[in-house]
Design a protein around this ligand. Sequence first.
Ligand code: C2E
Ligand code: CA
Ligand code: CA
Ligand code: CA
Length: 275
Amino acid sequence: AKKRGRNRFYWFELQMENELRYRNELETGVREAVKAQEFVPFYEQQIDLETGNLVGFEMLARWQSSKYGMVNPDIFIPVAEKIDLIGELSEQLIRQALSDAHEWDPSLSLSVNISPLQLRDPWFAQKLLQILVESGFPPHRLEIEITESCLHENVAAVRSIVSSLKNQGIRISLDDFGTGYSSLSQLRSLPFDRLKIDRSFVTEMAAENVGGELVRAIVALGKGLSLPVTAEGIENGKVLQELQGLGDIKGQGYLYGRPEDARATRQRLSKLGLL
Ligand code: C2E
Ligand code: CA
Ligand code: CA
Ligand code: CA
């Protein structure tokens, strides 16, 4: 909790500075951090809501900065995208994550987030498969999460990347589903393996308003399209209970714990006999 507070302090402090100076400083910071490999993977538990079993982790990037403290991805990912270092940053993180996940129980999957910009790189699939081969991590345990904005990119190019990854056994999830502008027909344009319901809809379930209806509708859509569904942002037992009533879905959220670093994750797994 302390770390988060400090993080926020820096964020406000930085916001107060001259906007341009701040941006330049941050760009320089991210550039140096990529060189110094200051990015670390954190892991968020993914749970089978029916059984309560841990089924895998989503890797979430953190910047362990000597200057700013622990920085969240919402701040540095857009910067890395802007200065064209997102590919390199992502490769560093995925290498670490695959090596961490290699030590976990083989029943556990690893999900990683991929920026739409990375899908514009014609070498993306080859690079990812190369890293995977070097790590020895089984492709069928890897899942990549792409957001709806990818559907606005060159769909033919994205489709060819997606199919070469799928040919190797990697699964593809559509992240933050419901927040973008994709139409339902676009949803069928790529062979997704899973829908991830955006946190905003899940959070609203607790308030018993329209959010709950949207979650129910997305789960029904998933059933209709034979797409498994994950609900993210489960923060309390009430929401969990409602989701459990919707059938066989997976979930993640602060109810199960905050994202943790590799060491804390290992400790958690060791207690569960999953190491
Ligand atoms: P996301 O993929 O939607 O990840 C879920 C975010 O929601 C994470 O924030 C997670 O910590 C947070 N979260 C999880 N459960 C709860 C909950 O119960 N309540 C609340 N309030 N929040 C919850 P985080 O780690 O700050 O990541 C933010 C976004 O940054 C991610 O959203 C993802 O889009 C992006 N991101 C993270 N790592 C990477 C990466 O390696 N590459 C790329 N391209 N993007 C990344
Ligand atoms: Ca995600
Ligand atoms: Ca998400
Ligand atoms: Ca999100």
